[in-house]
Design a protein around this ligand. Structure first.
Ligand SMILES: CC(C)(COP(=O)(O)OP(=O)(O)OC[C@H]1O[C@@H](n2cnc3c(N)ncnc32)[C@H](O)[C@@H]1O)[C@@H](O)C(=O)NCCC(=O)NCCS
Ligand SMILES: Nc1ncnc2c1ncn2[C@@H]1O[C@H](COP(=O)(O)OP(=O)(O)OP(=O)(O)O)[C@@H](O)[C@H]1O
Length: 202
């Protein structure tokens, strides 16, 4: 089974590209969605213990939590120490299940793939990217997003130029939905016919 990592900085088009793989029948694991689910379940009491007042009506309120961690590096580190191991375990379970089900290809959408050293979990990394102006205008359109919040998130992510240097496959999502969908189809075919090689995991 080929495990394709999908990553890219905020607003570069991970979720949109992941949806295209899903539509093609490829199982996709979404780490951001896994975090959000954990806040409605296993991680809720742990996060409330570390950040009292963030638990509201039985689940972690992400806006309240963001306000506590987004401009406080030490607090974000404490949150990541709670959340990342749980997300990683969930991903491993997802891969094991897909393997047992006989899947030939899965996609792991991991926003912080490089930042958290997850390269060894995947056979190849697909990086979605776009010019900075496109990235910024996409994110500015999101409700609740401010210039300060965006700058704080970008500062915590590895620069796109560095990700480009490391990635196995680069996909520019500013070329539009149809072109990206075609690239996704081509990539799936290339993986299935052995034309994309697994990186050495040394
Ligand atoms: C700070 C939180 C509460 C904000 O929630 P909110 O719903 O507003 O944002 P959302 O989760 O959709 O994330 C928005 C963007 O920021 C990125 N991002 C989230 N956490 C981080 C982080 N620790 N470092 C860098 N980028 C991050 C996401 O990948 C996404 O691109 C939330 O992002 C969070 O719990 N982050 C810590 C867990 C984490 O590291 N998640 C990243 C994927 S495992
Ligand atoms: N191929 C594409 N063509 C045109 N627009 C796109 C394309 N891919 C993404 N977009 C647009 O860019 C925006 C951000 O895309 P998306 O939500 O997929 O990014 P993301 O990388 O998952 O973001 P985040 O890191 O916040 O989760 C969306 O408004 C989406 O419609």
């Amino acid at each position: 089974m080929f495990v394709l990592g999908l990553t890219g900085s905020i607003g570069m088009g991970k979720s949109t590209t992941a949806a295209m793989f899903r539509e093609a029948g490829v199982p996709v694991h979404d780490s951001d969605a896994a975090v959000h689910a954990l806040y409605r379940g296993a991680a809720a009491p742990l996060v409330e213990a570390a950040f009292p007042g963030t638990l509201q009506n039985g689940e972690i309120d992400r806006a309240r939590l963001a306000a506590r961690v987004i401009h406080d590096a030490a607090a974000l580190k404490r949150l990541e120490a709670i959340v990342h191991p749980l997300v990683r375990a969930g991903r491993a379970e997802f891969v094991a299940k897909a393997r047992a089900d006989g899947a030939d290809l899965v996609v792991l959408d991991i926003p912080l793939l490089y930042e958290t050293g997850c390269e060894s979990e995947v056979d190849a990394v697909l990086l979605v990217t776009a010019p900075e102006e496109v990235q910024k205008s996409r994110i500015a359109a999101r409700p609740g997003m401010t210039g300060a919040k965006l700058a704080a998130i970008i500062a915590k992510q590895m620069p796109d130029t560095e990700k480009r240097r490391r990635a196995d496959i680069i996909l520019d999502t500013s070329s539009g939905h149809a072109a990206v969908a075609q690239h996704v189809q081509d990539l799936i075919a290339a993986i299935r016919t052995g034309r994309v090689k697994s990186r050495d995991h040394a």
